[in-house]
Structures are given as structure tokens and as C-alpha cells.
Design a protein around this ligand. Structure first.
Ligand SMILES: [Zn+2]
Length: 83
């Protein structure tokens, strides 16, 4: 059994899944096929165990949260500079 870190092509939410073939997004509830015409859709990486997949997802979310935090702070600085 292979586990995957997948990213929803509809809303961009990332999740770990052990599902074969298709996933249902936990965030927007839309399901999609992982492979279409021989190309992967929204499959970031495959793993041998579910822990590695969920660790990858956690790290990804942390990274995204940090980037968003930085951009929010930048925005705040910009406002301060203008004021
Ligand atoms: Zn989604």
C-alpha cells in the first residue's frame, strides 16, 4: 500500500491519503482522480507508510503558515511605513 500527500486541485488544501486512484478533499469536499491521461493530478509525493505522509503534510502546512505569517507582517510594516 502506498500513501500519498495530495493537494486539492480545486482549493489547494493538502492532505495525506491512502486512497488509490482518487481522493476527496476534506476542505472543499470535491473529489478528484489522482491520475488523468497518465499524468498525476495533485499528487505531491508518495510514501511507504502513513506516518511519513502525515509528517510531510504537517511540514507543508507549517511552511505555508510561516510564509503567510511573514507576508502578513510585511503588510503590517508597509502600513506602518505609510502612516
Ligand atoms: Zn479542496
Amino acid at each position: 500500500m502506498r500513501y500519498k500527500a495530495v493537494i486539492c486541485p480545486n482549493c489547494g488544501a493538502i492532505q495525506a491519503t491512502g486512497a488509490m486512484g482518487c481522493s476527496k478533499c476534506h476542505t472543499c469536499n470535491k473529489s478528484w482522480n489522482h491520475y488523468r491521461k497518465g499524468k498525476s493530478v495533485g499528487v505531491l509525493r508518495e510514501f511507504d507508510n502513513p506516518l511519513a505522509a502525515s509528517d510531510f503534510v504537517k511540514a507543508w502546512k507549517k511552511q505555508r503558515a510561516m510564509e503567510q505569517g511573514i507576508s502578513i507582517r510585511k503588510g503590517a510594516n508597509y502600513v506602518n511605513v505609510k502612516a
